[in-house]
Design a protein around this ligand. Structure first.
Ligand SMILES: Nc1ncnc2c1ncn2[C@@H]1O[C@H](COP(=O)(O)OP(=O)(O)OP(=O)(O)O)[C@@H](O)[C@H]1O
Ligand SMILES: [Mg+2]
Length: 324
């Protein structure tokens, strides 16, 4: 580990994490004493074969499952014993997710799917739609803005998934087998998109995979075997950088238009994102408008989004201190 990183506080710190599932008389040790530290802005791969415990570990970091033993601390806060309501707010504030099966809402268009995390953050409709469109453009999907998931290829759906995960610039993005359903070229495209975005915004990216080639993009690789960390590999000296995938035969070919910022609608992302961010997401979350409070629902998509917000545990009051 680099000397400078030793001095940083970890973004994610796990100690003695154990998860035992009980099936009848049988006990399954899905995780068996995991210790790890992930630092801000790192790209980490959790690499292991099927059944080794990767998803269980990721789900616990996200507070989606409770450990049997051990602790998980994210930005100085214990997530393993947080209330569900607080967890929901904590996730909304700090975490983005990319799933193997995309998990897009089938009745919503690409724009509406991507704008959903911003709706949770209390961003008003006009602003979140604008930001969602910018993200979709960055992800090379300007011609698919109003398509629903079934009207897009797997690779396109996953690009929507990435746009959704990154749109709110969360400090951590978790991705569980994000390219598990995709061919090699699309896999490289998707990986490079995630790596570029997380680098640009200095986000921590945690990727679960069984694929050693994908792990080549990481700064560090945690090798997981039977619920334990077998080794931690510093990969920085041989890391694959975006655009430098070693096998030219498999080099990605843009499926659609390359990511770009061409028209007025796709104003320079960094600048626009920055200002929109300042306007919308106050550091303590306290000054954001209540979700959807500013105007009544207009169509089916708005109604669906309003229902989701109503049924969520998220309110915009939070007392989380800024960590970094
Ligand atoms: N809800 C559950 N009940 C019982 N056993 C479980 C449960 N969830 C996971 N397990 C077991 O825990 C172990 C780890 O599962 P996990 O899903 O974390 O593996 P994984 O590394 O993500 O595998 P894959 O690559 O196939 O997704 C497996 O043996 C699995 O059968
Ligand atoms: Mg898994």
């Amino acid at each position: 580990m680099a000397e400078t990183e030793k001095k940083k506080r970890p973004a994610i710190q796990i100690k003695g994490l154990t998860k035992i599932f009980t099936l009848g008389k049988e006990k399954v040790y899905a995780l068996n004493g995991i210790d790890l530290e992930i630092y801000p802005s790192e790209i980490i791969c959790l690499l292991g074969t099927s059944g080794s415990g990767k998803s269980t570990l990721l789900n616990m970091m996200a507070g989606l499952e409770k450990p049997t033993k051990g602790s998980i601390t994210i930005f100085g806060e214990r997530v393993d014993n947080m209330s569900e309501r607080r967890l929901a707010m904590f996730r909304q504030k700090y975490m983005g997710f990319v799933f193997q099966s995309y998990n897009l809402l089938p009745n919503l268009t690409a724009v509406d799917n991507v704008s959903l995390p911003l709706a949770f953050a209390g961003v008003r409709r006009s602003v979140r739609t604008k930001k969602a469109k910018q993200m979709l453009k960055l992800c090379g999907l300007s011609k698919r803005m109003h398509h629903k998931p079934t009207q897009m290829s797997g690779g396109q759906q996953q690009r929507v998934g990435i746009a959704r995960a990154f749109v709110g610039t969360p400090k951590i993005v978790f991705a569980d087998e994000p390219t598990g359903n995709l061919d090699t070229k699309t896999t490289i495209e998707i990986m490079e998109m995630m790596v570029r975005m997380s680098r640009e915004n200095k986000q921590t990216l945690v990727i679960v995979t069984h694929d050693i080639e994908i792990a080549g993009y990481a700064d560090r690789i945690y090798h997981i075997i039977d619920g334990r960390i077998n080794s931690v590999e510093d990969n920085r000296d041989k890391q694959i950088l975006p655009g430098q995938y070693p096998n030219p035969v498999d080099a990605p070919v843009a499926e659609e238009e390359p990511p770009e910022a061409d028209s007025e609608e796709s104003a320079p992302a960094a600048e626009e994102t920055e200002s929109a961010e300042t306007e919308i997401l106050s550091p303590d979350g306290g000054e954001t408008a209540a979700p959807e409070s500013e105007s009544p629902p207009e169509d089916d998509a708005d109604r669906e989004i309003s229902d989701i917000l109503r049924n969520s545990q998220i309110t915009n009051e939070t007392d989380t201190e800024e960590y970094i």
